[in-house]
Structures are given as C-alpha cells and as structure tokens.
Design a protein around this ligand. Structure first.
Ligand code: BES
Ligand code: MN
Ligand code: ZN
Length: 508
C-alpha cells in the first residue's frame, strides 16, 4: 500500500496562503491582476488601480497596444522594469465589468485565477491581486489558482514540461481569509486526486488498486472503509458488479466509504460508477471510442473525492459513498449478450449489450445504499455517449424521481461552475426495456434518448419513497480538448465539488 501512495503522489504540489500586503509593495516573482473589458478598452479591475498608478497610468494603453481587450481568461505578461517590486505583472481578463457595484461572481474569479495559474507554469511563486474582498471570493481565487496549477507529468521522463507554480499568495484583507484558503486547499486536493486517478492509465489502476487507494486515503481522512472482493461480492449476490467484472483478470470490488458526525441527523449516500477501463466487453467498442475509457471511473473518483473533503472539513452530516469498481473486458469468462444476472436488489437483468455495463454495476450500488436508509441517494456516472450528444462536453445531465432534488442538484452544480441541466425520465421509454425472459433488459432498442433510457433503467432499482438523483457526466469527466479556466486537459475531477456542495447543504 505504501508503494501505491508513493506512486500516486504528484511530484509538484502547489500551496496557497493569504497575505494582506499591498500589491504595489509585495516582493513576488509575478503579480496577477484582473482587467475588465469595456467600450473604451481594457481597464484595471478592483485591486489593480494602484498597480496602474505605479506604472504611471499606462496599463490600459499598453494592454491595448498588445491587442489585449480584457475578455475572460485572456492573459498578458508585462515587465515592470523596476516600477514595482514584482518584475512582471500578469494581466488576466475578467470580461465586462458587472453592472453598478455588483461583484464579479465566484465562477468568473475561479476561471480567471485558473487561467493565470496555468500561465504561471515555470514560475516558482506568485501573488494574486484579483478582486477578493469577501471570504467566498478569497476561496474562489485560491481554488481557481490551485486547480489551474494542476499538471500530470509522472509518465513523462524528459522533464520538458514546465512545473506548475509552487507557491501562490492571495492578496486580501478579508476577515476569515485564512480559513477560506484552507478550505480551498482541501477541495483542490480532493479534485486533483480525482484528476490523478482518472489520468492514471488502466495498466496502473485496476479495481483492487483503486480500492486500496480508497482505503489508504480514506483511512487517513477518518473515513471508515470496507472493501468487498470478488468472492464476497459473489457470495452476497452482487450479480451486476460480478457480471461486468468477470471477463477481466483484474476482479471487481465494491468499496463502502462512511463518514459520521455525532451531531448530524441526516444521512446522504453517493454511488459512483467505477469502470477502471471500459472496452465494451464482448460488445466491443470501436478503437476510436476506446482510447479514453480509462475515464470511466470518473464517477467513483468524484464520490471518493467528495467524501474525503467532507471528512477533512468535518461537516455535520452522515455520508456514505459506494465505489462500484470493475474492469469491462472481453474474454472466455466474460458475460455474454443474452446472459441473465441476479442483481443485489433481487431483480434479474437480461444483458443485451455488455457495453451498457455502467448501469449494471450502479444498480448493485444503489440497492446496497438503500440499506443505509439515507435521506437521498445520488449516483454519478460516465454512463452514456448520448449525454454528450445531448448536452456536449461540459454539461452533465441530471435526472431524478424528485423534481425538487433535481432542481437543488442543478443549482448546486451551477453555483460551483460545474455545468448541469435537468433532464426528464419519460415514462414511454420504460416499455422498451421489457425483457422476454428477465425482469428487465439493460438495453433500449432505440438509441434516441439514450441518456434518459439509462436513467429509466436505474430508476427501476430505486425503492418507492427513496429520493434519488442520477448524474450522467460522460462528457464532463474528461477534457479531450485544450485546457480552459481552471480545467486541465484530461481528467477534470468533475462533480467532486458538486457532491461536496450537496453534503454541505444537508449538514447542520
Ligand atoms: N462508458 C460508456 C459511456 C461513455 C461514452 C462515457 C463516451 C464517456 C464517453 C458506457 O459504458 C457505454 O458504453 N454506454 C453505451 C450504452 C449503450 C450501449 C446503450 C453508449 O453510450 O454507447
Ligand atoms: Mn460501456
Ligand atoms: Zn462505461
């Protein structure tokens, strides 16, 4: 287990602290300031006025001459030639100034800080003078900076990549700023761990390994961690997880993470899809859709990350998390299309397509989670390509048997800057899941509305009266494009902060 930890630990860890110094007098390698866009060109945002004065009021004209407009996440590096202790100023665009004396908004701050942080790679240390006067704003700047500094280079031997900025100071005089930066550190550590797990190739991350990592990091954070191995899973009747995992020489696991607070009266349950690699099984995927299926454990990652953050911040809530871990592979022992599984719920499922495996592991996790009698169950999963067709890369689809819960979850996700949109569970899709020989089939004969059909399938395994929501995050889990804001290429850690946000709402 020691070796697992040693291998996982990122080579570079960025630290953040707060500092009440004036931006014009602070000794730092790089000073980050925010710039608004306006009809008369770019102009310094709150906190950057003094810097403009120290530069003889030439900031705006200089930026204009460089073609910088102040649009969100735009970056310009300006040498100060002794006018300030900081040798360079890093200007980051904040977009249009908000109306009146409205604040900028925390997501815009996170993105600006993240973009600046990415531009600071190769710099040892920097100070951020972005508009952060409330503790929520301080947390946003700190979090954006820490998430933007993420890099995953442990598999690159030539050291060509510039290391991320090592030390970040958030310049602010806000009361409680210290605590806000600590919270940001806790959240960033959780999200960046999830990113590491998603980015780790399946040759180094299989179900038992992920379970070991959960035991180690969960144990350290004060979570109770239980792991069921393939023998225990078979014995206890987890037919879904066993069926999906049986084709691989890396057997499946179910991890239960539990956090309890003595003063908490509510209990929430999270269930994460943890397919460490999804080849499709015997219903094999085409090569082009397989190369990024290491990200198919992003849901389980988010559940682990959220539980870690809940434990480390000591929220007054009881929370359990289930990681449904399997590797979906074709082989002589793999499940076949037309096999029937006896799932943990007691219901039987006809497997028509072994590539619709996520729903098979999730229903066992959901059925197990109901035994904890939680006030709500949320499952998170990279479940369908149809989610990406419907909502694109950055917006997950949220379905629920409870309209209020769905709206609440969409709201929390949007507050965190995690794209989310409510989706229906249309009744007419249920009929297509009828099986001639089992209680239900895992595949709908039509591909239209595939995200919703998967939701309808899951809903069948949620007992009456249990509040449940399902998050399809197939697109948001993995960024195949270029980095943006505080989001790197590759694993994003999506939904970790949203699940933590839900835990916060159910705390107290
Ligand atoms: N893991 C995939 C879904 C996925 C697709 C995640 C693209 C991330 C990016 C899932 O197990 C899957 O294969 N779903 C099938 C379901 C179908 C067979 C009903 C799909 O979406 O094609
Ligand atoms: Mn699949
Ligand atoms: Zn999958």
């Amino acid at each position: 287990m020691r070796t697992v930890k040693a291998q996982l630990a990122s080579a570079h860890v960025t630290t953040v602290r707060v500092n009440a110094s004036d931006p014009v007098s602070i000794e730092t390698s790089a000073l980050v300031i925010g710039i608004y866009a306006s009809a008369d060109g770019p102009h310094p945002g709150p906190g950057a006025e003094g810097v403009d004065q120290a530069l003889s009021g030439r900031l705006g004209p200089t930026l204009t001459a460089m073609g910088f407009t102040g649009k969100p996440e735009e970056i310009a590096k300006i040498p100060t030639f002794g006018a300030l202790p900081a040798p360079i100023v890093v200007a980051v665009g904040l977009g249009d100034a908000p109306e009146g004396d409205q604040p900028l908004g925390t997501e815009a701050l996170r993105r600006a800080a993240g973009a600046a942080s990415r531009a600071l790679a190769g710099t040892n240390e920097a100070a951020f003078a972005l508009p952060a006067t409330t503790i929520a704003e301080v947390e946003a700047v700190a979090l954006g900076a820490l998430l933007g500094a993420y890099s995953f280079s442990k598999y690159q031997t030539n050291g060509q990549k510039r290391p991320p900025v090592a030390e970040v100071s958030v310049l602010t005089a806000a009361e409680g700023a210290e605590a806000a930066s600590l919270r940001a550190t806790t959240l960033a550590e959780a999200v960046n761990l999830v990113r590491d797990l998603v980015n780790t190739p399946p040759s180094d991350l299989w179900p038992a390994r992920l379970a070991e990592i959960a035991e180690e990091v969960g144990g350290k954070a004060g979570l109770t961690v239980e792991v069921l191995d393939e023998v225990a899973l078979k014995e206890a009747g987890y037919g879904g997880i066993v069926g999906v995992g049986q084709g691989s020489s890396n057997p499946p696991r179910l991890v239960r993470l539990a956090y309890t607070h003595p003063e908490a009266d509510r209990r929430i349950a999270f269930v994460g899809k943890g397919i460490t690699f999804d080849s499709g099984g015997l219903s094999l995927k085409p090569a082009a859709s397989m190369d990024w299926m290491k990200s198919d454990m992003g849901g389980a990652g988010a559940v682990l990350g959220a539980l870690l953050a809940v434990a480390r911040t000591g929220l007054k809530v009881n929370a359990v998390g289930y990681l449904c871990l399997a590797e979906n592979m074709p082989s002589g022992t793999a499940q076949r299309p037309s096999d029937v599984l006896h799932t943990y719920s007691g219901k039987t499922v006809e497997v028509l397509d072994t590539d619709a495996e996520g729903r098979l592991v999730l229903i066992d996790g959901i059925a197990r989670a109901t035994e904890d009698n939680p006030d709500l169950i949320i499952d998170v999963a990279t479940l369908t390509g149809a989610q990406i067709v419907a909502l694109g890369w950055r917006t997950c689809g949220i379905m629920s048997n409870d309209d209020e819960l769905r709206a609440e979850l969409v709201g929390v996700a949007q507050e965190q800057g995690e794209g989310a949109w409510g989706m229906p569970l249309p009744e007419e899709l249920r009929k297509g899941l009828d099986s001639p020989i089992a209680d239900i089939a895992n595949l709908h004969p039509e591909r239209w509305g595939g995200m919703l059909a998967a939701g309808i399938f899951l809903r069948e395994f949620v007992p009456e009266g249990v509040r449940w929501a399902h998050v399809d995050m197939a697109g948001p889990a993995f960024n195949k494009g270029e980095p943006h804001g505080y989001t790197p290429k590759g694993g994003t850690g999506a939904l970790t902060r949203t699940l933590f946000g839900i835990a916060e709402r159910y705390a107290r």
